[in-house]
Design a protein around this ligand. Sequence first.
Ligand SMILES: [Zn+2]
Length: 389
Amino acid sequence: MKSTDSSSHISDVLALFRERGELTRTDVIDITGLSRSTVNQRLTALHESGLITPAGGGESTGGRPSSRFAFNAGRAVILAADIGASGFTVAVCDLAGAPVRHLIRQVNVWDGPVAVLQEVTDCIEQLRGESEVWGIGIGVPGPVEFRAGRVVNPPIMTGWDRFDIAGWFTSRYGVPVVVENDANARAVAESRLAQDDNLISLKLGTGIGSGLVFNGQIIRGSEGAAGDIGHTRAAIAEGGTPLACRCGNVGCVEAYAGGWALRRDLAELGIAVADTAGIVRLVADGDFEAVRLVRQAGRVLGDAVADLVSILNPGHIVISGQLAECDEVLLSGVRERIYQRTSPLATRNLRLRTSTLGEFAGVTGLALITADRILGPDSIDELVDSLAA
Ligand SMILES: [Zn+2]
């Protein structure tokens, strides 16, 4: 892990292009404060490695060097796999995180790491073709020890504890592998898209995942378990006998507002629903009980998030996952409780909405986090050198 002046300058200059798209030589000099000769060197290195390309308007004429460049997101690809409790999305993404090709598979995370990761690998083999792969990002629905690339004490991922997920892919593909909590990955994608460095992302599907990005960084905590709102105590649980959660605890937010909990409640009312998508269909059809339960789930979530809003003052709360398709039925309950329980100052500029990235939020975030690593100050020198060789 070295971070010499030159490598940090190269990654800083590249980061500008990744953030802003197109820039002129003069823009780069003005923004970075670097000398013209240093900027010229960096631009030449980035151009020769194909990471930036001359952009329209500033085409080189008469042998003069081009003055305008853009980030070349198509230079190589990142493979991303967003593994959820009951299915996964595998995508070939460009270096800006946009999915180019993808596959979605149903899978049961309880089948264990070998069975699930083998299926992910099969999908990667189907998708990657002749693409030049620079990195792999894997998202999992549990707490992750980020540096080691393993899940740690996952409440719902039986058999995955400390399994070397990064090693599985490194040994097969020989490229950098990032393992990240799925909700953190979504939070990064939403934060970049919204251009908001202070954002809470909630994923509502079978279970409840949450990711926090503040000051532009994922809040992980010391064990990678920070911000796991789904398994905090639900305010509603104080009223009676707390309901059992699938994590083994009782009274969790997820035991009242997760997709599996709503299916349990509907079943008790004699309404059989096969999966979370079935709940969404009932709400769309205006089923009274389903609407009531989803609105109630929104209130449970709103209660759970309200303290975080007061303490951290996010600019956005973005909800993704299948239940997000219930849209305003769900959001109204969340909004009601947040506004009841927080100060006007904390909510003055708060935007609460559903995700526009939908099911691709996870793979996009994973590709961005992986790109951050391989194009960051610790790795960019090695990459640029290997491309020049
Ligand atoms: Zn729980």
